[in-house]
Design a protein around this ligand. Sequence first.
Ligand code: CTP
Length: 453
Amino acid sequence: MNLESKIKLLPKDILSVIKKAGSLADSMDVHAYLVGGFVRDMLLRRPNLDLDIVIEARHREVEQARHREVGQAHHSEGVQMDGILFAEKLAEVLGARLIKHKRFGTAVLTLPNHKKIDIATARKETYARPGALPVVSGGSIYDDLLRRDFSINAMAVTISKHNFGKLSDYFSGIADLKRKRIRVLHSLSFADDPTRMLRAIRFGERYGFSLERKTLQLFKAARKEDALNKVTKHRLRDELILMLKEDRPLKVISSIRKLYGFSFIDTGIRLSGVKLDFLRKLNKAVMIFRKHHPKKRVLDSWLIFLIGLLDGLDLEAVKKICADFAFARGDTKRIVSYFDSHSEVIKRLSEKNIRPSSVYHLLEPLSFEVIVLIMAKQNKSDIIKKINEYLFVHNGIRLAVDGSDLKELGFVPGPHFKEMLVKALYAKIDKVVKDKNEEIKFIKEHGSRHIKT
Ligand code: CTP
């Protein structure tokens, strides 16, 4: 099959990069292929901007054909450099930034428009034990596709001029795309890399595909062995984040529940009816926040759903999960702050006569993610009203006066400046002062002891 006509329909800037990469490969006498998710999504007509290119030295192809002819396994070490050399030249041609990972024979190019291109040398992988990182050696494009997770991700398209657009589909990926199924390439796939179980769930949900019969059996067998338990928590964390970043996280969560359960995060996580209801409310709250606050920072909704899943665990258990999975510092802070504060914040917000400035004081240190969680966590309309008043009116509010005004008024600079300005800000939130003159009057009255005599 030839995909030239499909490639030509890609956005112009991507097409131009592909053509330049192909010509460069010709001039360096290597084969260049588009691989992985880019090819899959092109065939599904879904936009995918992450170009993934594999470089194969020409002699590999000849060697591989010879090995196949005589039915020998293809063993070859070294030669990891073709992709790196290619990446260096392509970076020059495209004016891109380059990061090289020499040990793996891979590189990442960042184009001036911030798009990324992954470049790798065709390689072969063997796994010393389940869940371990693979041992990598040089290989042909066939070897490189054979090491991949699913048939739909194991197709390559030639971009060198000769044979431009030719699809290499050794494992019937096209047939599986048509039949909407996720199929591993060999029976040890999940044992080699159990994170593929999570990837299977993710792609299955994203494309509405099901696990092919044998693949499902292998999945269940790996589940029985609790294969994910053998994977480092860091890798599980990365997969979990990707899963929760999908467009329909609730669906992904139900698939995880159905196919594996949540023991790979923590055995204490239960998806009861109440929890499911909370997750649905979270989904709604995220959508409402996005709609009403398009100008505010984009929510990390994956973090909201993660906290939703963990909700019900105690603070110490949550802290341990954050440490074991090594979530980034800012993520850990947001996760822990929910467990640390939400009950108290909800209690305070339900006080009848709480002043707007006290609502501000409670909510201002919290991230928008935690605020959305608090909105979904309880049903009281007066609490929602108070939170909305904070989000729509008071979040981001500024005084008209600043430190330089205080100096001009004769105040001695010092840490009390902040204290005075916060007091004035709270007065503004509570509508005690309205304009700059009233702010100045308020500050003069309340800060008189700090004034120069
Ligand atoms: N891959 C694999 N096994 C893994 C991870 C990746 O075989 N555990 C291969 C697949 O061929 C995949 C490619 O590496 O297509 C690129 O990986 P990644 O960028 O994670 O996946 P994409 O398929 O591009 O998925 P997405 O659309 O989510 O970016």
